[in-house]
Design a protein around this ligand. Structure first.
Ligand SMILES: Cc1ncc(COP(=O)(O)O)c(C=O)c1O
Length: 371
């Protein structure tokens, strides 16, 4: 692989990526080179990650629980606080159990590569998150891609192919990470039942945003074959992930998911801080809803989730607009291929509980003047 050539080409195509250094974060604000910016690109939807009001509670977690877990869960890294958090998360998702993973990426790899194998098939939405795509590849199952949220296309594919495989799963983001639209989970559940497949739901951007669980949004309940992956690093404001499922699936994952078995358990104090944050979510969800509705009205971009995509198309143009917004005090990095499909470079604006009405109005005005 010619590394220098690849870097040169990325720069020429406006696809080169660079890290921005944040010196301090507080609420919805970040500080870069001593200047304060309003953060409109964080996944900290409930403004829990940098809320100094929570410091006292978090401090108690640090006093009571160690900085690290010292080992994998199956060795000597399984603390009672991990299990306490798992019980709470299962209750929230209305499943029998939950199992913590180090992060969402690893959880998705773990679920897909342990449950599906060479004789099996996965039916995957074309806009699923990279971690689901990589999980599909790792599983070595046959992968069928269905058109985005198109349950007729999915049904056609299932009708033609389901019987050729042993274990089969339908896999989808519930809230799509780059577009903020919502998968038709009620219809997907029905297809999963009709065709006897698992339904694997990635709830990373739904938890704490459109309900405690995306299934709540559709007033549906998980079945024996529903597996929900949720993250702790987004609306819940800490770090890590979990898989909510039946006891039997949890047992299976503990024994077979390599990304659970061969890695260090999340630090116990993080589990404790997540439990503290969970006490905070209900009123913050109500405030987030108000902000989402207001920003929908101000921009004309209709969304029920916290993700508002502003599709620009050209990567260079998206970078230019992002830079101009930065000059005006907003941080909204341009999202470019391969994170999003070719020709759909965008500004992925995210709304949080902590944004004031005035800040939402200021951003809507800035967007109008620049586009
Ligand atoms: C839809 C989706 N799934 C999974 C992940 C991975 O989660 P984590 O950041 O905890 O690894 C992300 C986050 O980037 C995501 O957007």
């Amino acid at each position: 692989m010619n590394i220098s050539k690849i870097i040169k080409t990325l720069k020429e195509k406006n696809l080169y990526r660079q890290l921005k250094t944040i010196e301090k974060a507080e609420g919805v604000y970040v500080y870069i080179d001593g200047k304060r910016y309003i953060n409109f690109s964080s996944n900290d939807y409930l403004t829990l990650a940098f809320d100094t009001k929570l410091n006292v509670n978090h401090q108690k977690c640090l006093e009571n629980w160690p900085a690290g877990s010292g080992a994998a869960r199956l060795v000597t890294g399984n603390f009672s606080i991990h299990e306490e958090l798992e019980k709470k998360l299962a209750k929230i998702k209305k499943t029998e159990t939950a199992l913590l993973f180090s992060c969402g990426y690893m959880a998705n790899l773990g679920i897909l590569s342990s449950i599906l194998g060479e004789k099996d098939a996965i039916f995957s939405d074309e806009l699923n998150h990279a971690s689901l795509i990589d999980g599909c590849r790792l599983s070595r199952a046959k992968v069928f891609i269905y058109k985005h949220k198109d349950t007729n296309h999915l049904k056609e594919l299932l009708k033609k192919n389901r019987s050729k495989f042993e274990t089969v799963a339908i896999v989808t983001d519930s809230v799509f990470s780059m577009d903020g639209d919502i998968a038709p989970l009620d219809k997907l559940l029905k297809l999963a039942e009709d065709y006897n497949t698992y339904l694997i739901i990635d709830d990373a951007h739904a938890t704490g945003v459109i309900g405690n669980s995306s299934l709540d949004f559709f007033k549906e309940k998980p079945t024996e074959k529903t597996i929900i992956m949720g993250t702790l690093g987004k609306a819940l404001g800490t770090f890590g992930a979990f898989v909510a499922s039946t006891k039997e699936i949890k047992e299976f994952l503990i024994n077979r998911a390599r990304t659970f078995i061969f890695t260090t358990a999340i630090p116990p104090h993080i589990a404790c801080m997540t439990l503290e944050n969970l006490k905070e979510i209900q009123p913050r969800m109500a405030r987030l809803r108000r902000n989402i509705n207001l920003f929908s009205k101000l921009t004309g971009i209709k969304r029920q989730t916290a993700i508002f995509p502003l599709i620009i198309g050209d990567s260079g143009k998206a970078l230019e607009i992002s830079e101009k917004l930065f000059e005006r005090g907003f941080i909204i990095p341009a999202i470019r291929p391969p994170t999003v499909p070719e020709g759909t470079a965008r500004l992925r604006i995210t709304i949080a509980t902590g944004h004031s009405e005035e800040e939402l109005e200021k951003l809507a005005e800035a967007i109008k003047s620049l586009i």
